[in-house]
Design a protein around this ligand. Structure first.
Ligand code: SAH
Ligand code: SF4
Length: 376
């Protein structure tokens, strides 16, 4: 007998085709999609408006399987982090960041990452594998259930900055472990489920893909599923960016800036967000801020400065708060909206770049992750 098909692997068109192969009408797929994602249902018997004969068939041929949490920790600031088992000793992380007017879920796209950026602990782990669509959307499915929000999605809507009628997860960012555009097909399937009105119904402006700058895949995303775009810039010139973000050797800054402008033709927002990790003495000088202004002159953009989150043996230090403020001031004075990312979830190692940092050593260090930080 064939292994059961995981229904979380499908977007609506995939589910419609799968049902069609079994002689079922498209509306059945929509019904099941709503049960899966709006209701957070994992039991075919609860799908009461689905014909009994179809439920029996689903039992026989399908399953609903999200990654299983190995650990669930809540920071003093309310940030919640799930460490998720994705098999073969690999784990990825999902982080929920509650704020006054919104709740953001930060999702992983790969176990590890092949791109090896100098300041990123995920990159230092190396690449394990791409997550499946089910493992990606399963993070939202799971968080929604665990936050008690599966049903709170009904009737919710709202623009940025407004309370979102109780929608617990109002925004999704693909800023966890991995490079989303290096796992293109599965990420796009998961994005489509996030946007689907039969599922999570998030607006394209509230779903952000963060990329280190894989230029051809940025063009493909623009055509397949243009959501909000964040680009990890981190350096104002090619020589430094080659060192910090090695994919720059393949897609240098000039090509990257042009790709950003092509993306903006179809983007739901009229700007790109440039992420810039602030590294002491490396990329944080006044001159480099001015170089950045010249670099992005023709790209409508905002900047998000990220204080570097250190990890063992990185050989890098966080820029001081004063330096970051001065750097931000130079960008702001030139008319660029600039925010400094608050470090969240520090006490549960949920800050950017710290995700599952110790998972590679699958014996001892996993044990560390199971203990409160104070005990280490
Ligand atoms: N691979 C994608 C998305 C995941 S990383 C990308 O690189 O954009 C999400 C963000 O966290 C990126 O901007 C990345 O540069 C940043 N980041 C990685 N390691 C970090 C660290 N140690 N401190 C602060 N930010 C970090
Ligand atoms: Fe990969 Fe992003 Fe980390 Fe670079 S910063 S190694 S692209 S996860």
């Amino acid at each position: 007998m064939n292994a059961p098909v995981n229904l979380l692997d499908f977007d609506l068109s995939g589910l419609v085709s799968w049902f069609a192969e079994r002689g079922e009408k498209p509306f059945r797929a929509r019904q099941v999609m709503r049960w899966l994602h709006r209701e957070g249902c994992d039991d075919f018997d609860r799908m009461t408006d689905v014909a009994r004969s179809l439920r029996a068939r689903l039992h026989a041929e399908a399953c609903i399987r999200a990654p299983v949490p190995l650990r669930d920790s809540v920071s003093v600031d309310g940030t919640r982090k799930w460490l998720l088992d994705v098999g073969a000793g690999n784990a990825v992380e999902t982080v929920f960041i509650p704020e006054v007017n919104r709740g953001t879920l930060c999702i992983s796209s790969q176990a590890g990452c092949a791109l090896d950026c100098a300041f990123c602990s995920t990159g230092k782990q190396g690449f394990n594998r791409n997550l499946s669509a089910a493992e990606i959307i399963g993070q939202l499915w799971l968080a929604n259930r665990q936050l008690g929000a599966a049903r709170a999605l009904e009737g919710a809507s709202g623009e940025d900055g407004e309370p979102d009628n109780g929608r617990v997860i109002s925004n999704v960012v693909m800023m966890g472990m991995g490079e989303p555009l290096a796992n293109f097909d599965n990420v796009v399937t998961a994005l489509r489920v996030m946007l689907d009105d039969h599922a999570y119904g998030l607006s394209r402006r509230r779903v952000t893909v963060s990329t280190s700058g894989i230029v051809p895949a940025m063009d493909r995303l623009r055509d397949a599923c243009p959501v909000a775009l964040a680009v990890s810039l981190h350096a104002p010139d090619d020589a430094l960016r080659d060192r910090l973000v090695p994919i720059n050797m393949k897609y240098p800054l000039r090509e990257l800036m042009a790709a950003c402008n092509r993306y903006l033709e179809k983007a739901p927002r009229d700007f790109v967000t440039f992420e810039y990790v602030m590294l002491d003495g490396v990329n944080d000088s006044d001159m480099q801020a001015r170089q950045l202004l010249a670099l992005v002159r023709d790209v409508p953009c905002k900047f998000n400065l990220i204080p570097f989150n250190p990890f063992p043996n990185s050989g890098l230090r966080r820029a001081s708060a004063e330096r970051i403020q001065r750097f931000a001031g130079i960008l702001v004075n030139a008319g660029i909206v600039t925010t400094v990312r608050r470090t969240r979830g520090d006490d549960v190692d949920a800050a950017c770049g710290q995700l599952a940092g110790q998972v590679l050593d699958r014996t001892q260090r996993t044990v560390h992750l199971m203990q409160p930080k104070e005990a280490r």
